[in-house]
Design a protein around this ligand. Structure first.
Ligand SMILES: Cc1cc2nc3c(=O)[nH]c(=O)nc-3n(C[C@H](O)[C@H](O)[C@H](O)COP(=O)(O)OP(=O)(O)OC[C@H]3O[C@@H](n4cnc5c(N)ncnc54)[C@H](O)[C@@H]3O)c2cc1C
Length: 418
């Protein structure tokens, strides 16, 4: 089936949180937009995240000196990072770029790039959810980083300094204040650092579904089909070759998360996009309340109370996009979470794995793709896609509806890897 050229202004590939927010923003600007995705809305990576919506993200994953901690993490079965041995040779080029991205002189530019995409995210979600009946899916929250060793809870550490330099509202608190804020926290947490004025999702996929429904009500369409090939505009629009035939659109937004590069391979474009696999465990009858997003600062996982129960999420596993999940990693969260909240009931569990689309410098690729006319990049949001989706959608919609200064998007340009 070939639709007439005029029927799709913009085809958005991917119905994850990035694609959905972009489609809504475009529909609100009066653009005829169609989402292509064989999967239901927000059923992949955007389904299972930790629900942290931070307007303050500015700390890259790669930091100076991080490499010193990695060997310890790799040998600890409960550590936050794991690499499947057979995958290591393939991963090495990415690892080298990741370490290079953590050089001191790269820190501020990357931090600024992250900050720009997260600022205003909580308010932006509230505005977008208004009138959907699902306003309660985003709650005001703090991000509580808890520490057993009070000396480790130091605002002098680089990550906290990056935040302070950007006036992020943070506060160091002692054990007693922590126990007032999170009454069920284990006794051995001696200190915490609060990041204030955050949001937390009580159902990350539910947010995407509500926003997709809003976009559809404003005229957007969702065709549940896989896109196999994309062809840039050569005078009569871009083409999408799908399971349901060939479609034509004036522009294409590529928001297919970790799968995005598959559609660029035929143009000879190779990007260091890695599947940074994470897991979650939902404890369906937790028996306790958690008031905020709580991060175990030693083991780097997050616990948060959601509609379905307490979700414990985290880990970065490198095994390639196709490898089978190792759900033992998710099940380990039960023991870890019990050490965080001893009264947590871990009897009724639900496990999940998803792939963060991660570039070595923690920043996504946004904007024009040189040599591929009218195809726009919107992928690679690594650990922060939920928080960064609203700002991303505005940038992408500006690329489509305004004459923007592309220099402003240089931190996110795919050319930074070429
Ligand atoms: C354990 C874990 C915890 C996380 N916690 C947080 C958090 O607390 N806060 C935060 O901000 N972020 C968090 N993240 C990161 C966040 O979830 C991701 O950055 C975000 O979901 C990426 O969204 P996306 O739309 O790019 O990708 P996805 O949600 O993966 O969507 C991509 C879509 O593209 C579709 N697609 C792929 N190929 C094709 C094709 N050929 N044709 C058509 N469609 C296609 C897929 O079916 C999929 O629906 C976490 C991630 C993980 C794994």
């Amino acid at each position: 089936m070939t639709l007439p050229e005029s029927s799709i202004d913009v085809a958005v590939i991917g119905a994850g949180i990035i694609g959905v927010c972009t489609a809504l923003e475009l529909a609100e600007r009066g653009i005829k937009v169609t989402i292509f995705d064989p999967a239901p809305v927000c059923s992949k990576t955007s389904y299972g995240n930790a629900g942290v919506i931070s307007p303050w993200t500015c700390v890259p994953q790669s930091m100076p000196g991080l490499w010193k901690q990695v060997p310890r993490w790799l040998i600890d079965p409960e550590g936050p990072v794991s690499i499947r041995l057979g995958y290591l040779p393939k991963l090495m080029p990415w690892v080298l770029r990741f370490l290079a991205a953590g050089r001191s002189e790269r820190l501020d530019p990357v931090a600024d790039g992250l900050f720009r995409l997260s600022r205003g995210s909580v308010a932006a979600y509230k505005k977008r959810l208004a009138g959907t009946g699902q306003e309660q899916l985003v709650r005001d929250s703090m991000y509580v980083h808890v520490y057993r060793n009070p000396k480790a809870a130091s605002l002098d550490h680089l990550g906290w300094q990056l935040r302070q330099a950007r006036q992020v509202p943070i506060e160091l608190i002692d054990k007693h204040v922590l126990q007032e804020i999170e009454p069920h926290i284990a006794d051995d947490f001696e200190a915490a650092i609060l990041i204030k004025q955050q949001g937390r999702a009580s159902d990350p996929a539910g947010i995407g579904i509500a926003l997709a429904e809003k976009a559809l009500a404003k005229g957007a369409k969702h065709i549940q089909t896989k896109v196999h090939e994309i062809h840039p505009d050569q005078g009569s629009g871009c083409q999408l070759v799908t399971d349901q035939g060939v479609f034509t659109a004036k522009k294409i937004v590529l928001a297919a998360g970790v799968w995005s590069c598959q559609l660029l391979a035929r143009f000879g474009i190779k990007l260091p996009l890695e599947a940074e696999r994470g897991y979650h465990l939902v404890l369906r009858n937790p028996g306790i309340t958690i008031n905020h997003s709580v991060m175990d600062a030693d083991q780097k996982y997050v616990a948060s109370l959601m509609k379905a129960g307490v979700r414990v999420a985290g880990t970065a596993e490198f095994a390639g996009l196709e490898a089978a999940p190792n759900y033992a990693r998710a099940r380990r969260f039960a023991d870890q979470a019990k050490r965080l909240f001893p009264q947590l009931n871990c009897a009724d569990l639900d496990e999940w794995m998803g792939s963060r689309p991660s570039f070595p410098d923690s920043l996504p690729c946004l904007g024009a793709i040189p040599g591929v006319k009218n195809i726009i990049a919107a992928f690679g949001h690594s650990h922060y896609g939920l928080g960064m989706a609203p700002a991303t959608s505005e940038i992408i919609a500006d690329c489509i509806t305004k004459d923007i200064d592309h220099e402003t998007l240089l931190p996110y340009s795919i050319t930074r890897f070429q």
